[in-house]
Design a binder for this molecule. Structure first.
Ligand code: RTP
Length: 155
């Protein structure tokens, strides 16, 4: 999976199984659309354990790792490849801190969650990880090359 020709930054954002189960998909996607980021990839996906393990491999020594893999594979997730200037840090801000009880009101976790173990959504923590995770979760051909015609109004 290659970066788009305009090669602005990309983030991998994922609505976790609790977000899907609770019917929050539209609400969450809408926040990123309204902010002005471009959706380059979008799918509902039942994640195999091997992929969840690979995605969270840096946390494999943590005591909560088996529970985390079980959680991510407990039902379908929604995978998003978002593009735009500064999208990685901005998406993290819109998402809020890991523990939803500590996340600011107005953020996705702050508004919609109460448990670290079910914190609704993931967002890449660096542009490098954005590219790594998009390549991990999307197959060749699943991303769309397009630019919004409203771009001049947003950027
Ligand atoms: P994410 O990668 O999902 O965006 O989350 P994050 O950067 O805010 O947090 P990180 O520390 O990377 O943890 C990844 C995910 O692991 C789960 N977690 N559970 N004590 C626990 O039970 C615990 N701690 C972390 C959360 O789902 C967290 O988002």
């Amino acid at each position: 999976v290659r970066a788009s020709q305009s090669s602005t930054e990309r983030s991998y954002v994922m609505i976790k199984p609790d977000g899907v189960q609770r019917g929050l998909v539209g609400e969450i996607i809408s926040r990123f659309e309204r902010k002005g980021f471009t959706i380059k990839g979008l799918k509902l996906f039942s994640c195999p354990a091997a992929l969840a393990e690979e995605h969270y491999k840096d946390l494999s020594s943590k005591p909560f790792y088996p529970k985390l893999v079980k959680y991510i594979t407990s039902g379908p997730v929604v995978c998003l490849a978002l593009e735009g200037p500064g999208v990685v840090a901005s998406a993290r801000k819109l998402i809020g801190v890991t523990n939803p009880l500590q996340a600011e009101p107005g953020t996705i976790r702050g508004d919609l969650g109460i448990e670290t173990g079910r914190n609704v959504i993931h967002g890449s923590d660096s542009p490098e990880n954005g590219e790594r995770e998009i390549a991990l979760w999307f197959k060749e051909g699943e991303l769309c090359e397009w630019e919004p015609t409203l771009t001049p109004w947003l950027r």
